[in-house]
Design a protein around this ligand. Sequence first.
Ligand SMILES: Nc1ncnc2c1ncn2[C@@H]1O[C@H](COP(=O)(O)OP(=O)(O)OP(=O)(O)O)[C@@H](O)[C@H]1O
Length: 611
Amino acid sequence: MNLDSGGRGLGSSASRIGQAPEDNRRNIRPLLAVVPYVMRYKGRALAALVALVVASLATLVLPVAVRRMIDFGFTEQYAGLIHQYFSVLILVAAVLAGASALRYYLVTTLGERIVADLRTRVFDHLTGLSASFFDSSKSGELVSRLSADTTQLKSAVGASVSITLRNLMLFMGSTLMMVVTSPRLSLFVLIVIPIIVLPLVAFGRVVRRRSREAQDTLAEASSYAAELIGAIRTLQAFTNERMAKTRFAGAVTRACDAAFASTMARAWLTGIAIFLVFACVVVILWVGAQDVYEQRITAGRLSQFVIYAVFAAGALGELSQVWGEISQAAGAAERLNELLAIEPEIKSPATPVPLPTPARGDVAFEEVRFSYPTRKDATALDDVTFRVRPGEKVAIVGPSGAGKSTVFHLLLRFYDPQAGAVTIDGVRLADADPRDIRSRIALVPQDAAVFAASIAENIRFGRPGASDADVARAAELAAASEFIGRLPQGMQTQIGERGVLLSGGERQRLAIARAILREAPLLLLDEATSSLDAENETLVKTALGRLMEGRTTLVIAHRLATVLSCDRILVMDQGRIVEQGTHDSLVAQGGLYARLARLQFETTPEPVPVV
Ligand SMILES: Nc1ncnc2c1ncn2[C@@H]1O[C@H](COP(=O)(O)OP(=O)(O)OP(=O)(O)O)[C@@H](O)[C@H]1O
């Protein structure tokens, strides 16, 4: 068994993420979820908005200056004014440059901050989700949400939103100025606008759907890669590199094809937008040229109008480009929203019942029936009733798949039973805060998770904040000091990811040190069956013996030695407790335990008690 495991196929919650209703007309509404994050930096956002308005106004002043120059600047009568115009223009340029630089800085840093907050929030949320959620989702996909989707949002908040706002402002300002400059020509523009806008909106939708598909296939490919890289040794040992390569290449090709489709849609969008916009500008120029010819407007005014028209068209063009990006970001926001909306199934009740202090370490299962959420049809525990008194040491034995680890899962409240109750110190776990429960439990899993950090940090995982002296003492009691002393930097030695630099026995002793440091009244021990060498085995046994002292211990026992040293043995088979008693009484019964014990005695003739 593996208490840290996840990923047993895709189930309900996983299919909830990543599959939004395709014809979602709300479009960019998911992006609104970012607003509260922006509001945390009100000052910065406001300053960015001011810079944006100033830059846009400075841009809008330019065409007026151009008209005056054309209409008056070239006549002798106003020759003196030309110097004034140019000086003012330089000033306007300086304001434009300053405001634009400020806007860029403020908006980009705002994006960085928001995405940092969002990443932290998503990670926080993930760590609080229940085991059942992780049973049915792929870790690589979740990591992709955390990195790729948040990055996409960053570019949207950091750049696209600012470009959108700037162009919107420019578009509206230019349109207004166009009307002021020439109502007649503006009327022509009004007629052509729907011709430009409608196809763009329709195409934007296609882009959004395609990019979501691209993102999903990418997540699939990276989840596959993450899984394989995580198990690289197994992969190489079974010489399955070629198969993995082919499968990954397939996933990458699918992701690439999806990206191609999305890019193709965006390319069309850009092309159509540019053509429509410029064709319309040309038509209007055409009409305007006639007007100048017939002296309905001056050349300067036409120039002013044309520049505004170009501004407006350019702004629209840019809007159409970022619209794609904004829609993409909306897709990312939607996925993150879905993830954030998943409620942990195991939660603390509104008013949790506090566990009594001091803790006694009294455990009871009462008529517990349980099936895993991903396998509702198979009963993992069936009418299980037992009690472990404070300080008692109870072994759980039974064939593989009997439900031994499931007992631990329920005690840790990773899941709630469908019927019956699990209690610790007389409090039903469903009524207590899961953190409270877990803080009273020290777990030594069969395959302990070791993190890419120093030895000391790995031990301190048992009780963050423990002093160096406590960590060293825990290592000493776990019989780990000797091997730690031999490492190049002792306690500070960095161990590779998943502790690949340590042997199995060393990893186990680290896990034991961690559990010792936790000082919890209830000890859950999943004894390792891995064949340790004799010396290592003795060391681990001694360490475990010390760990069990004065604690209520439940141990999934694989070694007869452990079983002999326990006060009582529960024998499980197919989710039920089929026998219980001491070693001798169970052997005398001649049932399942007697059979299992005989097998053990035959292979290990001289069992050594643990304590
Ligand atoms: N997370 C899970 N989701 C769905 N089914 C599970 C899950 N974990 C275990 N099971 C199933 O529940 C049953 C009991 O499993 P459990 O891990 O408790 O057995 P075990 O006695 O600890 O076995 P082992 O000694 O091999 O670790 C098995 O049929 C197993 O396939």
